[in-house]
Write a protein that binds this ligand. Structure first.
Ligand code: NAD
Length: 244
């Protein structure tokens, strides 16, 4: 499978390393606005979606809104900056292009556990709440004690904290949508790991998951699990046995 990468930062560069070691995956291109990031890449460094079976977007919400529609005309897209889906216009456009070109957007579970169950019970969910706790550094703040930074819907969170709420967006897409998923974000100087707690209720019963993420070595603001899950989603495009 030919994979194109857009955004060669913490997640993109991890994926490039893994793709180069995987017999079933080839790097079609690796593109970044910052040419330094692709200096050592042994593949074309232009955006060439026509050469790819799948394009991975790992560049940011704004970039996703520009690049994902262009890529969907040619191939499937694996999207990391999931918060872009909080923009209704983008969501409509992406869904229309998928239908028109018979392609799809793959959203990895990212830095959170439990989405398989949330998807399975989505029709009987009555409430879903995500509580995210991060060190003030990760939020660009200097709080000296635990502080509630945001409380509102997932849609509002994606707009107000675009770099910090991809998990809220992924949870919304899997469950009851951006307007019914509640989000609270805490800044807490006593924690070093980004922690995401999902609490869900409904006809199925109740569910609570907690994911406490070690930071990525390349970008401490990104959880290591996000990159691992993106690579797993890439690999799982061709398995004999599918789990979850
Ligand atoms: N889904 C999840 O659970 C999850 C988890 C962590 C991060 N993310 C998201 O994944 C994305 C990548 O994260 P990261 O930690 O690798 O970020 P990063 O900042 O380390 O890397 C982003 C790279 O994209 C490049 N870039 C920016 N705009 C571009 C454009 N228009 N075209 C090409 N390249 C461009 C930058 O130069 C940079 O090298 C971010 O949007 C982040 O919020 C999602």
């Amino acid at each position: 499978m030919q994979v194109g990468i857009v955004g060669c930062g913490a997640i993109g560069s991890y994926l490039i390393r893994k793709i180069q070691k995987d017999h079933n995956l080839q790097l079609a291109f690796a593109y970044d606005l910052d040419k330094e990031k692709t200096k050592k890449v042994k593949a074309p460094t232009l955006f060439l979606p026509e050469r790819a079976d799948i394009v991975v977007e790992a560049a940011g919400q704004q970039a996703a809104k520009e690049i994902v529609p262009l890529a969907l005309r040619h191939c499937n897209v694996l999207m990391l900056s999931v918060g872009a889906f909080a923009d209704k216009k983008f969501e409509r456009k992406a869904r229309l292009l998928c239908k028109k070109h018979s392609h799809k957007v793959l959203v990895p579970s990212g830095a959170i556990a439990g989405l398989d169950a949330i998807s399975a019970v989505r029709e009987s969910l009555s409430s879903v709440t995500l509580t995210t706790t991060k060190n003030p550094r990760s939020l660009g703040r200097k709080d000296k004690k635990r502080t509630l930074v945001f409380s509102g819907t997932a849609r509002e969170a994606c707009i107000q904290l675009p770099k910090n709420v991809n998990v809220a967006a992924t949870l919304s897409l899997a469950g009851i949508g951006f307007d019914r998923t509640k989000v609270m974000v805490y800044s807490d100087p006593s924690v070093e790991r980004n922690t995401h707690e999902i609490a869900a209720k409904g006809g199925f019963g109740e569910m609570r998951t907690i994911t406490s993420n070690a930071p990525s070595k390349e970008n401490p603001k990104t959880s290591a699990l996000a990159a691992l899950s993106a690579f797993y989603t890439l690999q799982s495009q061709r398995p004999a046995v599918v789990v979850g």
